[in-house]
Design a protein around this ligand. Structure first.
Ligand code: HEC
Length: 106
């Protein structure tokens, strides 16, 4: 019982800290492969169902006309666009931060 009493606050604290941590691009690549690659190429700009995302962060604007910022890209991931599903309920906060970090490397 002592161990549980000790572990619970530590776990809660590390979960709180995780909320502020930047994403891990390596993990994001796995999230992308599992969820996004069916509709998006990552290594070129050839359109599948959605646009190829190579160089996304080097572009001036998203297709919506919004500037390419973390907030704007996260909004697309969270809320979806056209036939792209909203990922706010499908992926955890952490997974979405990982995939955002990965998109920056493209
Ligand atoms: C069912 C197909 C589908 C899936 C799955 C999908 N998307 Fe999309 N995505 C789209 C479509 C369609 C658009 C809108 C294209 C447009 O605006 O012309 C889009 C747009 C985007 C954009 C904006 C691109 C731009 O230049 O405006 C980003 C970023 C994006 N998706 C990321 C993701 C990520 C990350 C995932 C996985 C978590 C994902 N998408 C999963 C279809 C999909």
């Amino acid at each position: 019982m002592k161990i549980v009493a000790f572990a619970a606050p530590v776990l809660a604290a590390s979960m709180l800290m995780a909320a502020d941590k930047p994403g891990d691009a390596g993990k994001g690549k796995e999230v992308f492969a599992a969820n996004c690659v069916v509709c998006h190429n990552a290594d070129n700009n050839v359109k599948k169902t959605g646009p190829g995302l190579k160089g996304l962060y080097k572009r001036d604007k998203l297709n919506s006309g919004a500037k390419v910022t973390d907030a704007a890209v996260m909004k697309v991931i969270n809320e979806g666009v056209e036939t792209m599903p909203a990922y706010s309920d499908i992926l955890s906060d952490e997974e979405r931060r990982h995939v955002l970090a990965y998109l920056k490397t493209l």
